[in-house]
Design a protein around this ligand. Sequence first.
Ligand code: IPM
Ligand code: MN
Length: 355
Amino acid sequence: MASSYKIAVLPGDGTGPEVVDEALKVLKAVASKYGKTFEFTDFNWGGENYKATGVVLPEDGIETLKKYDAILLGAIGHPDVKPGILEKGLLLALRFGLDHYINLRPVKLYPGVSTPIKDKGPEDIDFVVVRENTEGLYAGSGGNLKKGTADEVAIQTSINTRKGVERCIRYAFEYCRKRDKNKTLTLVAKTNVLTYASDLWERVFHEVGKADYPDIKRDYAHVDATCMWMVKNPEWFDVLVVENMFGDIITDLGAMVQGGMGIAAGGNINPEGVSMYEPIGGSAPKYTGLNVINPLASICSAAMMLEDLGETAMATDIEDAVKWACANKIKNLGAGKMGYGTREVGDLIAEQASR
Ligand code: IPM
Ligand code: MN
């Protein structure tokens, strides 16, 4: 633990800056309680900057970010920029450039938050998805032949390396051990169809588990069935480990199960490097500047950052404040339905967390 942290802040597009502001407010408030300081440095990368300068990510961007202790990201995505440019050029470029090989996405229903899943409560919905974050279909391997013609061919290949699969699986086993819930790690894949890629995941999963994690129970679920169980029996899950694309899909489902995008946070993690924390939801451009967007996901992502920096007490204070606000104050997590504005929710959490 250090006494001061250098944090790179990438507010990004749409409502990103508004939610990040509230996360920073909360961080400052808890830090002063523990006599710690944060030094925040803003980077204006995103849609507006791209429109003005033509630059998505500056050439030295990755090297610059490596000098920080962690990165907080608001949201990437601009209605006037063609889909793919910012997502691939910025968000994925950061994930790949900083080798964020883990995308950690907790799915936790807080008391007072309503879930669309009938008859399930906070004791049932509490699991964590460990998504591989640098390979699979996201590796960008593929191409077109005869593009735009009737004979067009499009190929997009899922890359799964032994090294990439193993480091992700090891992280998930470690995380599961540390989390200490049911000590059950579920591999999510599609072994009945993806007989090369899922097969590699399955072999590594059992090999590593048998050799180094005999205390962790190994479970398996096909990805389609996982979607079913997440709705039908979410209480079965403790930690799930999954390749990139399947992980992207099941974590949107997870976000809904835990009450919505308003509270879904995630971390792009390089355990040996500089990690980046973000709300799972997008830039929600239609709500920009209205003080209606829910900042809890961004605030929770800041708590995840603190946890990884070793600042468990500060992280717990924030999480407890979020739980308290959900149980006692905030009516609904949806934008404009909270009963408070964006800034007011930030004030509530900042005040409660720094008590
Ligand atoms: C996410 C997002 C990204 C992804 C997009 C914006 C590239 O959906 O963080 O889940 O697919 O990973
Ligand atoms: Mn996604």
